[in-house]
Design a protein around this ligand. Structure first.
Ligand SMILES: CC(C)(COP(=O)(O)OP(=O)(O)OC[C@H]1O[C@@H](n2cnc3c(N)ncnc32)[C@H](O)[C@@H]1OP(=O)(O)O)[C@@H](O)C(=O)NCCC(=O)NCCS
Length: 196
């Protein structure tokens, strides 16, 4: 399920992102993770939504467990958006990032009227590149020394999907829109997504 984060998720978020395995290939997650970092991050989401930055909690349909997060950062003037995501280390390799990415692409085109959705990854983060490929995105090239992390410059391959390349899938349905307590559901795995 993709749903909005609540302050009650702060401890789970903290436990998941405190792991250096999650932090090392992202720019968004500091390491060591600050004690109140998760609560502050969650508290900031409504203001971020006003800037068309939407973050969904990724939870398991069966147990409700929080496994990760996915964000869509929109630039409305160009009807384009960038996706970012992380999955807790213990949950890697189950297809959760791919399913969440497909769902947010669906939501971005169907509900947000976007024209272009893209994502970058650290060149060494092959799993993330694989997620982008499996989500139907096309490799566009690699931006050299695009970001700096831990004192070194990192190349970032970039992938995108355009509205004209996207076809609504059968297995993922957008149930409602963001402002009416959105729900985006994947039917093939035990992942369930919604956002409010
Ligand atoms: C990248 C990340 C989100 C992937 O999440 P996930 O739920 O494990 O992803 P999925 O299970 O949907 O798909 C992973 C794919 O990568 C593949 N993969 C994993 N490690 C790999 C590696 N070292 N080299 C190549 N492919 C790899 C998996 O086999 C799988 O592909 P397959 O289905 O074809 O076998 C997760 O590792 C993560 O959160 N990393 C830390 C944060 C991060 O890097 N976020 C992305 C920033 S761009």
């Amino acid at each position: 399920m993709l749903r909005s984060f609540a302050l009650a998720d702060a401890d789970d978020v903290s436990n998941l992102v405190s792991d250096y395995e999650v932090a090392k290939t992202t720019l968004a997650v500091p390491h060591p993770y600050p004690t109140d970092g998760a609560a502050g991050w969650i508290a900031g989401h409504p203001a971020e939504e006003d800037r068309n930055h939407t973050t969904f909690a990724i939870t398991l349909k069966t147990t409700g467990e929080l496994v990760g997060a996915i964000t869509l950062i929109e630039k409305r003037i160009h009807l384009r958006a960038e996706i970012g995501y992380w999955i807790g280390h213990a949950y890697w390799g189950n297809g959760y990032a791919t399913e969440a990415t497909k769902a947010i692409i669906e939501w971005g085109f169907a509900e947000r009227g976007l024209n272009r959705i893209f994502a970058h990854h650290f060149a060494e983060n092959l799993a993330s590149g694989r997620v982008m490929q499996k989500s139907g995105m096309t490799y566009e090239g690699t931006i050299r020394d695009c970001v700096q992390k831990d004192g070194r410059f990192i190349d970032t391959p970039i992938y995108s999907i355009l509205r004209r390349e996207w076809e609504p899938s059968n297995d993922i349905r957008v149930m409602k829109t963001r402002h009416s307590n959105s729900t985006v559901m994947g039917e093939r795995s035990d992942l369930r997504m919604s956002c409010g």
